[in-house]
Write a protein that binds this ligand. Structure first.
Ligand SMILES: [Zn+2]
Length: 61
């Protein structure tokens, strides 16, 4: 039997994202429920989509 494990069930709703803040370059944490990311340094909030698109663009350089 295969149990489905939801990674967002844990007490901490934040998942460390592999992206940097678009403003200050700090670490972003993904707030899974809202599909948003928050910076641990400047506390700016971005949508996951926004961060992902910016990351793809910079990687294409
Ligand atoms: Zn920041």
């Amino acid at each position: 039997m295969a149990d489905f494990e939801n990674p967002y069930v844990d007490e901490d709703p934040f998942v460390r994202a592999h992206f940097d803040c678009l403003n200050c370059g700090g670490k972003l944490w993904e707030y899974a429920i809202q599909r948003q990311m928050v910076c641990e340094d400047c506390s700016d909030v971005f949508s996951s989509e926004e961060v992902f698109e910016a990351s793809v663009e910079s990687a294409a350089d």
